[in-house]
Ligand binder design. Structure first.
Ligand SMILES: [Zn+2]
Length: 338
């Protein structure tokens, strides 16, 4: 992704674009700032700009950007460019000394096909101390064609000796409108959903996405519980008790209406899967394949006929919500139909 497509951080990006145009990019840099604001992307954009085969130069030569489409740009985007190396924590959560030694060894040689070798160390604060020490000498006397970019949301936990060798670029949280723009452009959000998610994300795309994942997980649990309870309980009063589950996901920041809509969408996906199981079709067709054991258990109460009637009821409930019906009335009506 070229510099011009980075959302927010205009001043920092302009600084890098200017340094690239004047061939003055420091051999080591520390991109510091909160998680999920685009630091790693900016590091990759710098790598693209330095290695692009058809770079775009400003008329007065004051800035340089990547084209985003040449062979080099595309390889960097896909993570297959031999001169752009990204290291990050492995399963243990830390970056081991071997990973660092490996990139240091490779950085001694001239770039294979690019102009500059760019080594990006993401979550650099995860470098174990020995790895940081191993890196020191290279940061002090970097090989001529190499640039080391450390990316960190906890820069002050790096060894002082490492910090002092890397000029620091400070990334601020994004504006809510910028978070929303990234959610729409890169994560297929509808504009209204993106604005709602961005409002509560402290300027971090990563945070908006993980909050949504947490809400989705909660919605799935609620939908499963509801299917299990309504299968057991015919008594309307007790069913209405279950309706309370629907619009009360714990710890969620979404409105009652949005929570209910999210639960209903999950419910309809689970009911469709129960229909698949009832028809004896291949379980690989399940949308919620990871829940196959739970679905199998529910399927004894949810045969094809009941699943499809419930599916239609959920559909009607969703339309009623869209027409602004009260979430409580919709939830109460629905549990009596299941
Ligand atoms: Zn290019």
């Amino acid at each position: 992704m070229p510099f011009r497509q980075i959302v927010g951080h205009r001043r920092l990006v302009a600084l890098l674009a200017r340094a690239a145009a004047q061939d003055r990019v420091p051999p080591s840099l520390l991109l510091a700032g909160p998680n999920g604001v685009g630091k790693r992307r900016t590091a990759l954009a710098l790598a693209e700009t330095l290695n692009c085969l058809e770079p775009i130069l400003a008329d007065d030569g004051s800035s340089r950007d990547a084209c985003g489409t040449c062979g080099a740009c595309r390889k960097i985007e896909r993570g297959t460019h031999p001169d752009v190396l990204v290291i990050e924590p492995g399963e243990t959560g830390s970056i081991k000394i071997e990973q660092v030694r490996d990139v240091i060894d490779r950085a001694q040689y001239r770039p294979f096909e690019g102009r500059r070798r760019v080594v990006i160390i993401d979550d650099a604060d995860a470098l174990v101390p020995q790895a940081q020490n191993a890196l020191l000498k290279t940061l002090e006397e970097p090989p001529s064609a190499s640039v080391f970019v450390l990316v960190s949301s906890l820069p002050d936990t790096l060894l002082q000796t490492v910090r002092s060798r890397c000029p620091r670029l400070r990334f601020a949280p994004l504006l809510p409108a910028d978070v929303a723009a990234v959610l729409v452009r890169d994560h297929n959000y509808a504009q209204a959903d993106a604005m709602a998610a961005a409002a509560d994300a402290d300027g971090s795309v990563g945070r908006a996405l993980s909050a949504q994942a947490a809400d989705a997980t909660a919605a799935r649990e609620v939908a499963q519980t509801l299917l299990a309870e309504t299968a057991r309980r015919a008594d309307p009063q007790r069913r209405l008790e279950s309706a309370k589950l629907l619009a009360a996901t714990k710890g969620s920041s979404a409105s009652e209406r949005d929570q209910l809509a999210a639960c209903l969408r999950v419910l309809s996906s689970l009911l469709r899967d129960l229909g698949v199981i009832a028809s004896g079709a291949d379980s690989r067709l399940l949308a919620n394949a990871d829940l196959d054991t739970e679905l199998e258990r529910l399927s004894s109460s949810w045969d094809a006929d009941r699943s499809s009637r419930a599916f239609a009821a959920v559909d009607r409930a969703l339309s009623a919500l869209e027409r602004n019906a009260s979430p409580k009335i919709v939830a109460d009506w629905l549990v009596l139909q299941l």
